[in-house]
Design a protein around this ligand. Structure first.
Ligand SMILES: [Zn+2]
Length: 340
């Protein structure tokens, strides 16, 4: 089915029988847009992911739904892949007006509870992990930019329903399997329609970028190990059409999973080489690596991406420790790595 040359272009694009991809705008970051997927059923629309609750996003959502003869009040249910603001908050905002049912993976509960805890700080867990990675210069810049503001809980109410692992959702002739894919967040779900061979992949498998790992309020002990296991789990399913939350629809889930696995193996090796070359902390290793597809230096990234990059390097180092390839020694709060 034809797709626009620019995947982020406003519209409602058919991607399967009675399934439409609707890109919704995101403010000022590299992701450009988030795809939500509207599935037409006898009970109204079921929409995978909700977008970020922003005026412009809502306006474009309404406009795109009108193209398929529907409106926000026709949405019966949101199936949200994970609790990030660009996926979850607009589902909650629409529910407030129309009573729409919102479902989210049960693995996200801890993060939602944690962020609602009195005194919770936006970015709190990331600051702790950056400290552990010895990234004080990044922390300083984040604090200058007021990264550590109190959490804004608008549109972060709990869902109506927590989806358990392996829940099957019957939608007319379709069956969506809710498959837990922890890694990007601990409660991330993908929705597999094995009959139609389409995968609503959320941020687990993205066609052009590698998803960040463990950017959430409650981070599990080994998010990268979980992520790689989740890639293996999806790779065991039959190949499907990839319907990602960011980027264009892509022919083969398998192909992209293989690329992501290869990427992480390369990064693990590069991290180990950096430690062999004398880098000791997560931050030093992040400085030794090259970033983005253009091979940029850490220092040329903006502060937010320096944070993500440093945390990603640290996650790789922790996995190498778990694999017995590195040894960690922590004096003070900073962890230092050496080759095993
Ligand atoms: Zn996202």
């Amino acid at each position: 089915m034809t797709q626009p040359r620019d995947w982020a272009e406003l519209g409602a694009y058919p991607v399967d029988v009675d399934v439409f991809r609707i890109p919704l705008p995101l403010p000022g970051d590299g992701l450009r847009a988030v795809n939500v997927y509207a599935i037409r059923t006898d009970q109204g629309l079921v929409v995978v992911d909700g977008g970020w609750a922003l005026e412009e996003s809502r306006r474009q959502f309404q406009w795109a739904l009108k193209e398929i003869g529907a409106s926000l009040s026709d949405i019966n249910r949101f199936l949200v892949t994970h609790a990030h603001r660009d996926h979850y908050t607009q589902a909650v905002a629409v529910r407030r007006e129309y009573g729409t049912r919102v479902s989210l993976g049960v693995g996200e509960r801890e993060s939602l509870v944690e962020m609602a805890r009195p005194g919770a700080i936006h970015g709190g867990p990331q600051l702790v992990r950056l400290r552990r990675a010895g990234a004080d210069p990044v922390i300083e810049r984040l604090l200058t930019a007021r990264f550590d503001r109190p959490v804004d809980l608008t549109n972060w109410d709990l869902p109506d329903e927590w989806l358990d692992a392996g829940t099957t959702l019957p939608l007319d002739d379709r069956k969506l399997l809710a498959l837990p894919t922890p890694g990007h967040t601990r409660g991330h779900l993908v929705f597999a329609d094995l009959g139609h061979r389409v995968l609503f992949a959320g941020d687990h498998v993205l066609p052009h970028i590698t998803p960040s790992i463990g950017f959430e309020y409650s981070v599990s002990a080994s998010p990268l190990a979980n992520y790689l296991s989740s890639l293996a789990a999806v790779r065991q399913l039959p190949d499907m059409l990839l319907l990602p939350a960011h980027g264009p629809v892509t022919e083969s889930v398998h192909l992209r999973v293989d690329e992501l696995v290869a990427h992480h193996h390369e990064r693990l090796q590069a991290c180990r080489t950096a430690v062999t070359g004398g880098a000791r902390t997560g931050y030093e290793v992040a400085q030794a690596l090259r970033w983005t597809r253009r091979g940029r230096d850490l220092a040329t990234l903006d502060t937010f991406n320096q944070m993500l990059a440093t945390l990603e390097a640290a996650a790789h180092l922790d996995l190498l420790v778990a694999q017995g390839l590195l040894i960690e020694a922590s004096s003070s709060e900073v962890v230092r790595y050496t080759v095993a």
